[in-house]
Design a protein around this ligand. Structure first.
Ligand code: AKG
Ligand code: FE2
Length: 262
């Protein structure tokens, strides 16, 4: 694993050492302050390119094209909100996904399953343990955004998302977010409408380089990936971990996300 992950800089394999504890503390503090943390240069130089080379042929021939109009909630309606409220305005998402079962024995899956990474993530999120998902499709995905494609404004359903950027676009394809646009107690529908209309000055762009591990708390922080321009696809691995073992999607969920139930 030391050839893939920069364990000199990020000593995941030295659990409970001074350096490990310092990294956990720093990551926790950033998560509390910014709702995210980034480990830049998490992958050794050249490793993201290798991962892209492994995934590219599968992406070209077997990816699921995800194309839909949705609102920021991914729900048809919300109790107490008029159907024509501007917070429910629809936006379009288009991208391409390949699933874990399509890249067995890959570098990406080796990183996803690396136990010291899972234990480190649990520590930063203040959880006793985290577990890799058992769903053969959903555990790890790679998404690619080609020219003209984007992932539009949304709130995540899961508390945290862990991503690894593999390749950046020439232009666009930027991760834009608006911290704490809503809270568990206050849906802030008017604020949501303002953001969707492009009038929220607190929206920020996060600059990330390929090879960076990002942990992001996206449940109440609205975010999107802006439209990609240019010939190079934006490619990113998305890792799912849960607090209990054995989690899978239902066949219906797999069909909805990936266009196939198994
Ligand atoms: O592609 C990205 O950077 C963001 C992915 C994301 O927001 C998601 O999968 O929910
Ligand atoms: Fe998201």
């Amino acid at each position: 694993m030391k050839d893939l992950i920069d364990l000199d800089r990020y000593p995941l394999d030295r659990e409970n050492s001074g350096a490990w504890s310092a990294l956990v503390e720093k990551s926790r503090a950033e998560l509390a302050r910014d709702g995210m943390f980034n480990l830049e240069g998490f992958l050794r130089p050249g490793v993201a390119e290798k991962a892209v080379a492994e995934i590219r042929p599968i992406m070209a021939s077997r990816s699921h094209e995800h194309r839909r109009w949705h609102n920021i909630y991914f729900k048809p309606d919300l109790p107490g909100l008029a159907a024509d409220h501007p917070a429910l305005q629809k936006v379009e998402t288009i991208n391409h996904t390949v699933c874990a079962d399509q890249f067995p024995d890959s570098l990406i899956l080796a990183v996803y399953e690396y136990e010291p990474l899972i234990r480190f993530l649990a520590a930063t999120m203040d959880k006793p343990r985290l577990y890799a998902m058992e769903d053969p499709l959903a555990r790890a995905n790679v998404m690619s955004y080609r020219q003209g494609e984007a992932l539009n404004w949304h709130f995540d359903r899961s508390e945290f998302t862990t991503t690894l950027l593999l390749q950046a676009a020439e232009q666009g394809g930027e991760f834009e977010y608006r911290t704490d646009l809503r809270s568990d107690d206050d849906p802030n529908y008017d604020g949501v409408a303002r953001l969707l209309a492009g009038h929220d000055e607190q929206a920020r762009i996060m600059k990330v380089r390929p090879g960076t591990l990002n942990v992001f708390r996206g449940k109440n922080t609205a975010h999107r990936v802006t439209t990609v321009r240019g010939r190079r696809d934006r490619m990113i691995a998305v890792f799912s971990y849960y607090e209990r073992p054995g989690v899978t999607f239902s066949p219906e969920e797999r069909l909805g996300f990936y266009g196939r139930s198994r």
